[in-house]
Structure formats: structure tokens, C-alpha cells
Design a protein around this ligand. Structure first.
Ligand SMILES: Nc1ncnc2c1ncn2[C@@H]1O[C@H](COP(=O)(O)OP(=O)(O)OP(=O)(O)O)[C@@H](O)[C@H]1O
Length: 308
């Protein structure tokens, strides 16, 4: 298929131009915010990441979701979803608003349990145990499968306290906590920006920094899987590129599942992409294949911009 959107831009990873990355001769102060030289620099750096180079279709299954149905009261939001989530790979969930991406993501660490009247069927095997099992220790589960939300949600505490929080709950020693806070902030590419103000309020950070702080907070308890629900949708283009760059770094050590509205973002950062529509998983493939050779008509319609 000629993989062109209606506006003419191509979607195949690595072969298309994403508007924030385009270069121009206009003076910087006359450029839209997403085309400033700073963005171009970050974009150039991102340009060196090519998920096709680290795609591993044989990677171990980290979570094996089988035949999941999910209900909000009488309303069914997921229909018979089966999806293998591979270790140390980024899996992107895409699809139009209301298709069930976030619901699916939240089933993976039982965040939907917090909503009264919800019900789930099927299984999601994580180290041989079913995540949905009533006996699952959800506190431990959420430690092992951490989550970052759409809007940065730091606690109204200091930068240090935000990252140390989970470790204090675990009763770790002061020395351990100090070391882990630094490692986590480094892991979230925030250390250099905050090392001299660890005791300042986290609420004084920019939106992008707050989101990286939330990522550091999730990393502090050493999760194995990171769930990200549109982690950059509330951020400006520079902060967005920093988060994308961070994802491409984190996946060396963690398994990542990311919900995104942005197909170009899925192409830039993910190894696998799953397309949802009306609560059903329509197609799931290596990202490069899904965008260049979709197997289903619905997928082709969606990625070519015919709906959604
Ligand atoms: N707490 C809730 N109670 C009842 N229905 C809900 C609830 N949360 C989501 N839904 C419904 O479930 C369906 C899937 O919603 P979900 O938020 O998972 O979709 P989404 O693909 O993530 O959408 P978006 O991209 O807009 O965030 C939608 O019809 C939505 O209205």
C-alpha cells in the first residue's frame, strides 16, 4: 500500500517527516514553538533512534494477555483481547478516542479495581500467575508494573520526597533511599536539572520535568514493566521529545507499554503497535509492519487518516 495520509505525509517509521522535526530557513523568533532550533536539536538526537534496529520479535513474553473482556457495570469496554507483551520492547496502543486503550492499559496493573462496578474475564499471565486473580497482591503488582499518567501528578512535597516515597513505605534505610533517589533521577534524565534543589517543591518544576519526576518515582521501586498513558500529551514539543528520548533509553532495561494518540510518536518509539477499535484489538504487529503493511482494512483506514 502507498502509505500516505490524506495530508500527504508518510507514516512508515524512519521514512517520513514529522512536522516538529522539519527544518526551515525562517528566523527562530518567527517560528512556531514546535519548530525552534531547540526542538530540531532534540529531534536530531531522536532521529538516531530507530526501533527497527532493536525490534526483537522473539523476545520473551513479559505479560501474556489472553481473551480479556472488561466491563464497566453493564457496559462492555474490551472484547476478547489477547496480546503478548514482549520483554524490553515498547508496545504502543493506538486507536480512536474511546476505543479502550486506557482501559486495557489499566487492566495490566489492576488500576481499574479502583472503579466500582467493574468486572474482568480472561487472564493475563505475569511470571506464570494471572494478574486478574483475586489472590494477586495488588500493592506488589503495582510496584512491579509501574504507571505514569497523562498529566504529571507529583505529590505536593519536595523533589526528593516524591522519589523517596515508595522506598520509605518499604522501610528502606536512609543510605539506600539516598542512593536510589539519585539513581532514579538519573534514570529519568532529570538529575542534572534538579540535583541542586532536591528539597524544593516538586510543584515548582516545569510540566516536562514533573513528568520525568513521576517517571523517576515509578523507577525508584524498581518495576519490571512501565505503563505509560499518553505520557506526553500534556507537554510542549521539547518536553515531548525528551520523554520520547527517555523511553528509548528506558526500554533497554524495562518492558514498556504506552498509550498514544500520536501515530508518529508510536512510530518513533515503539517496537510493536496494537490498534484498538470499539473495544476490540484489530491488529497487533511490529510497528514497522503495521504502518507499512496493515493487514486489516480498519487499520489501514485509521493510519491513513480516514477516521479517528
Ligand atoms: N469509569 C468509567 N465508567 C464507565 N465507562 C467508562 C469509564 N472509563 C471509560 N469508560 C468507557 O469505556 C470505553 C473505553 O474508554 P477508554 O478510556 O479506555 O478509551 P481510550 O481509547 O483510552 O480513549 P481516549 O483516547 O479518549 O483516552 C469508552 O466508551 C469510555 O466511555
Amino acid at each position: 500500500m502507498e502509505n500516505q495520509r490524506q495530508d500527504g505525509t508518510r507514516l512508515a517509521p524512519g521514512n517520513y517527516k514529522v512536522s516538529p522535526m522539519q527544518e526551515t530557513d525562517q528566523p527562530a523568533d518567527q517560528l512556531p514553538a514546535d519548530q525552534t532550533p531547540e526542538v530540531s536539536d532534540a529531534a536530531r538526537h531522536m532521529g538516531s533512534f530507530d526501533p527497527t534496529k532493536t525490534l526483537n520479535t522473539d523476545a520473551n513474553l513479559r505479560i501474556d494477555v489472553r481473551n480479556t473482556n472488561f466491563f464497566y457495570g453493564a457496559k462492555q469496554a474490551l472484547y476478547d483481547v489477547s496480546l503478548p507483551i514482549r520483554e524490553k520492547q515498547v508496545t504502543a496502543l493506538i486507536g480512536p478516542s474511546g476505543c479502550g486503550k486506557s482501559t486495557f492499559l489499566r487492566t495490566l496493573n489492576r488500576m481499574n479495581d479502583l472503579i466500582p462496578g467493574t468486572r474482568i474475564e480472561g487472564e493475563a499471565l505475569f511470571d506464570g500467575s494471572n494478574i486478574y486473580d483475586k489472590k494477586t497482591d495488588v500493592v506488589l503488582l503495582r510496584q512491579r508494573i509501574g504507571m505514569v499518567f497523562q498529566r504529571p501528578n507529583p505529590f505536593p512535597k519536595s523533589i526528593f520526597e516524591n522519589v523517596a516515597y515508595g522506598l520509605k513505605v518499604q522501610g528502606k534505610s536512609q543510605k539506600f533511599i539516598h542512593e536510589r533517589v539519585e539513581t532514579s533521577l538519573r534514570g529519568a534524565a532529570l538529575w542534572d536539572e534538579v540535583k541542586d534543589r532536591l528539597n524544593s517543591s516538586a510543584l515548582g518544576l516545569s510540566g516536562g520535568q514533573q513528568q520525568r519526576l513521576c517517571i523517576a518515582r515509578a523507577l525508584a521501586v524498581q518495576p519490571e514493566v512501565l505503563l505509560m498513558d499518553e505520557p506526553a500529551s500534556a507537554l510542549d514539543p521539547i518536553a515531548t521529545l525528551k520523554i520520547e528520548e527517555l523511553i528509548t533509553d528506558l526500554v533497554k532495561e524495562y518492558t514498556i507499554v504506552i498509550v498514544t494518540h500520536n501515530m508518529q510518536q508510536a512510530s518513533r518509539v515503539s517496537h510493536f503497535t496494537s490498534f484498538f477499535l470499539s473495544g476490540k484489538l484489530i491488529e497487533s504487529s511490529p510497528t514497522v509492519d503495521l504502518f507499512s503493511h496493515p493487514h486489516q482494512k480498519e487499520t489501514e483506514d485509521y493510519i491513513s487518516g480516514r477516521f479517528g
